[in-house]
Ligand binder design. Sequence first.
Ligand code: NAD
Length: 349
Amino acid sequence: MTVIDHPAFDAHEHVVFHNDAANGLKAIIAIHNTARGPAVGGCRMWPYADELEGLTDALRLSRGMSYKSALANLPFGGGKSVIFGDPKTDKSEGLWRAMGRFVESLGGRYVIAEDVGTSPADMEIVRRETAHVSGIAEGGSGDPSPATAWGVYVGIKAAGRSRLGREDLKGLKVAVQGLGHVGYELCQLLARDGAILCVADINRAQIDRAIGELGATAVDPDKVYDLDTDVFAPCALGAVINDATIPRLKAAIVAGSANNQLAEARHADALRVANILYAPDYAINAGGIINIAHEGPAYDKERAFAQVSKIHDTLLEIFALSEAEDVSTATAANRIALQRLQATVGQAA
Ligand code: NAD
C-alpha cells in the first residue's frame, strides 16, 4: 500500500518519514491541513508493531486535529507526529533533539506538543532545537488539563440544558470514570455547584481524595457503567462506549474528556437509538488546545477560559443539528467541522 492509497489518507498535505539512526529516531510527521494555520498536534511515542500501524495512527490523529481545531474556530490546522519506540526504554536527549530538528525542518508548518508516551519534560528538550513547540510550562500556557476540565464542565451544562431542560448542577448525579488531571479537576468544579459525584478509578489514592475532599462515593471501576446517574463522564480511557457498555448505561448523557470514546463510529448511532445524548469527544475536550491558542508572552488565563466556555454553544449547535437532520451528534459535529474547514480552504484558494 502506498501512503496516498491509505484509507486514512484523506488528502493530507504533507506526510514525512524521518530516520536519524545515530540518535535512534524513526518518526513520521503527518500534516493534514494548514488552511486555517500551522498544523498543531501532539507527538505520540509508541512501540508500533510495524510501519503501517504507526502511519495509520499518524494519519487518523492528524485529520482528527484538523476537525477539532476547525470546530473550535481556532487558527490552527491539523497535524500529528509519531515516534516508533517504547517510551519506557527508548527516550534519550539525542532522540528528542533529533525530533526537534525534524520539526524545525518543516519551518513552522507543524507545531509539536505532548501526547501519549511523551511529556512536557521531553518537549523542553525538543525546544532546544525548534521554537515550534506548544503546551510547555515555562513561557507557554502550561498544563492544558484545567482548561480541558473547564470545557467539559460547560459542556455538561449544555448537555443538561438540551436533554434535561436544566443548566444548574445542584443535585445532578454524575459518574466520573478516571480521576486524573482532567477528571479530578472536573469533579472539583461539579462539586462546587452541588452535583452528586460517583467516581471510579484504578488508583485508590485518588478515590480516597475524592471521598475526603468532595464527598464523592466510590464505585468499582467495572461497575461504573451500571450506575443510575444523569451523566456518565468518561475521563480515562478510549473505546469505553461499545457494544458491551451501551446496553448497561442508564445515564441520559455521555459527556467527558477521554479521546476516542466510541469504539467504532457506529456507536454514536447506537447511543442515539438508546436515547442517550452524546457530547462528541473532540468537541467537549477541546479546552486544552483552545488554551494553547492563547499561548505566548501575553497569555491571559481569563481570556483563554472565556474562549473555552464557547464549547457550551458549540455543543448546543451540534445537538440542534443532530435533531434537525436526524443524525447522531458525532455526525453533526463532523458536518460542522468539515463546513468550517472547507470555508477556510475556499477563502485561501
Ligand atoms: P491522566 O492519565 O491524568 O488520568 C487518567 C486517570 O484514569 C488516572 O487517574 C487513571 O488511574 C485512571 N484510569 C485508568 N484506567 C482506568 C479504568 N479502567 N477505570 C477508571 N479509571 C481508570 O489523564 P488526563 O490528562 O486526565 O486525561 C484523561 C483523558 O482525557 C484521556 O483520554 C486524555 O486523552 C483525554 N484528554 C486530556 C486532555 C488534557 O488536557 N489532559 C485534553 C484532551 C483529552
